[in-house]
Design a protein. Structure first.
Length: 152
C-alpha cells in the first residue's frame, strides 16, 4: 500500500501501530519528505557551500528543502517555528541539518550568543505531532577543542 497509494499524514498515523517500521510513502502527493537546513554563515566562510551541498543531497533523496541562514538564537527559533508551521500538516519525514560553531551542548550564532542544543530539540518535540517519531537523538560522543562530535 505504501508503494502504490498517496497516503496522507492521517493515513500514516493510523497505519503506524500496525507496522514495525515507520511508514514513508513512495508517492509524495499527500505527504512529503522535507529537509530543513539551518546554517550560520557569519564567521564560517565555507558554510554557504556546505549548505548548498546538503541541499543538493536532500533534493536527490526526494526532499522538499528549506535552507535558511541564521544569526542568533532567537532568530533560529523563529525560523524553526515558521518552517514547522508550513510543513506540519503534510510532513511524512523531516531531516534537520543544523550548522554552527559551538561547544558542550550549545550552538553559537554569528552574534556570538549561545543557545542550548536541547532548547532546539525541545522545540521540535513540542511542535511536531506525536505520530512523527524522533528518529535520531543526538548524543555527545567526544569533544575536541572547539568541536563537538555527535552520534545518533
Amino acid at each position: 500500500m505504501i508503494e502504490t497509494e498517496a497516503l496522507t499524514v492521517e493515513h500514516i498515523r493510523q497505519l503506524s501501530p500496525h507496522s514495525a517500521q515507520y511508514i514513508i510513502p513512495h508517492k509524495q502527493k499527500k505527504s512529503k519528505r522535507y529537509g530543513l537546513i539551518l546554517f550560520s554563515a557569519g564567521d564560517r566562510p565555507q558554510a554557504v557551500a556546505e549548505a548548498d551541498d546538503l541541499e543538493h543531497a536532500l533534493k536527490m533523496a526526494g526532499c522538499n528543502v528549506m535552507k535558511m541562514d541564521w544569526n542568533g538564537g532567537a532568530e533560529l527559533q523563529r525560523m524553526i517555528e515558521s518552517a514547522l508551521s508550513r510543513i506540519v500538516s503534510d510532513c511524512s519525514l523531516l531531516i534537520v541539518c543544523l550548522m554552527s560553531h559551538g561547544c558542550r551542548g550549545v550552538l553559537r550564532g554569528s552574534d556570538g550568543k549561545e543557545i542550548p542544543v536541547n532548547d532546539i530539540l525541545h522545540q521540535f518535540t513540542y511542535t511536531l505531532p506525536e505520530s512523527l517519531p524522533l528518529v535520531c537523538n543526538l548524543q555527545l560522543m567526544k569533544q575536541k577543542k572547539n568541536t563537538a562530535v555527535y552520534t545518533c
